[in-house]
Unconditional design. Structure first.
Length: 256
């Protein structure tokens, strides 16, 4: 009897492990389009209905040949701009060509703005990668900003590089990020979209004066199980968004 119970338990565990492995393999390349409406009194009327497609943490992934499935989803969304918030490549197996091939097609759909993440900070190829992105027409924002014009009015697209580019292992990430944001000197009277990689620096972003903050890094949850996220950011992002709405900033965390 005991042997039978053990065999049954082993079979159940094996099925669960295989099932979890299949789910993780699917979820790693699953595509999901989430839509958020943003309202702001400082947004010019000419930007009413303006659509931003937000992509982050591709990590060399390919959704279809040359990322055609992802590009098809972008075409469906019909964005006015594309924000890419870091980790286009993976430092554990860098292949910049996959990211550059995607970027070459993405810029044909809408103006693209990019900030680097922690994986870009870890690779020696990053300077060449950044130069190649710029050559394709991607606006690389590293502690800098660029105006975006529409019908004679403008908003500002600002971007900061990941704190790991500047870490000295003594200063914490929030202090590093605060210094980057101070250098941008964001005008609170102008609608500013801030691009960054780290979602956990929520309070620091809220103090910057940006009207909209787009981040990545969390992959829908630092620890993910089917139908759940254990870091309080991914699928539970709505609660975090509401927490900063009174501060005039919305944190949008996307996983594509």
């Amino acid at each position: 009897m005991a042997k039978t119970v053990c065999r049954v338990l082993l079979i159940v565990v094996a099925v669960l492990v295989v099932g979890l492995g299949v789910w993780l393999a699917w979820a790693n390349k699953a595509l999901q389009l989430n839509t958020y409406a943003v309202n702001s009194t400082c947004l010019p009327e000419s930007f009413d209905g303006f659509r931003i497609a937000h992509i982050s943490d591709l990590h060399n992934a390919e959704m279809g040949k040359d990322n055609e499935k992802l590009l098809a989803l972008l075409r469906q969304a019909q964005p006015d701009m594309i924000a890419i918030t870091g980790d286009m490549i993976d430092a554990r197996g860098t292949d910049t060509e996959i990211a550059l091939t995607f970027a070459a097609e993405a810029v044909k759909l809408a103006p693209c703005y990019y900030v680097p993440g922690n994986h870009e900070a870890r690779i020696p190829e990053y300077p060449a990668f950044r130069k190649s992105l710029a050559a394709l027409g991607v606006s690389v924002l590293e502690n800098s900003s660029a105006p975006l014009l529409q019908n004679g009015r403008q908003i500002l697209i600002a971007g900061v590089s990941d704190p790991s580019f500047d870490t000295d292992f003594l200063t914490d990430d929030s202090a590093i990020m605060a210094a980057k944001l101070r250098s941008l000197d964001i005008d609170r009277e102008q609608f500013t979209v801030l691009l960054s990689h780290r979602p956990e620096l929520l309070d620091t972003y809220a103090e910057s004066g940006a009207a909209l903050v787009l981040t990545g890094h969390a992959h829908g949850g630092q620890i993910r199980l089917p139908f759940s996220s254990l870091d309080g950011v991914g699928e539970n992002a709505a609660q975090r968004i509401m927490e900063v709405r009174n501060a005039g900033t919305i944190l949008s965390v996307e996983e594509l």
